[in-house]
Design a protein. Structure first.
Length: 147
């Protein structure tokens, strides 16, 4: 019984480093597992921001255009709500820039690329080491976030 409980804790532990690895890929099962970890490990606007960005990424794994668009819009609403609540949060802006740079142009979700890139760069030093590592890795291929 104790082993099972320990396993459940391990499975449900949210890690930002793991999140950024998963969101860089396209494996549906890994994204689904991460959604469970977000649901159990985060709360409030942090949960809203991370779950929203993940939903937008998960949209590309859906079968029909209607499912893709529906999931993307749901995630967009969540992420934008978190940013509206905490507009000075560089971590949430980083999530948005990652999504916006990789979203299909037809979705017209590229409005904040330049301002978010500048904002994240200006607030880089205030980020946790996990987020700094993700920003450094992402900035190597980003057109709008150069460190």
């Amino acid at each position: 019984m104790q082993l099972l409980f320990g396993f459940l804790l391990f499975v449900a532990t949210f890690s930002k480093a793991e999140y950024f690895k998963i969101i860089a890929g396209s494996e549906a099962a890994a994204m689904s597992s991460m959604q469970t970890k977000i649901d159990k490990g985060l709360s409030g606007t942090e949960k809203e921001a991370y779950a929203g960005a993940l939903k937008m990424k998960q949209a590309e794994t859906q079968k029909t255009p209607k499912e893709k668009l529906g999931l993307f819009k749901e995630g967009k609403t969540m992420l934008e709500s978190a940013i509206a609540t905490h507009p000075k949060n560089a971590e949430y802006r980083f999530l948005r820039i990652m999504i916006q740079e990789n979203a299909p142009k037809i979705l017209k979700y590229q409005h904040n690329l330049k301002e978010d890139g500048i904002f994240v760069k200006e607030h880089y030093l205030s980020l946790s080491s996990e987020i700094k590592n993700a920003v450094i890795a992402y900035s190597k291929t980003s057109n709008n976030l150069k460190l």
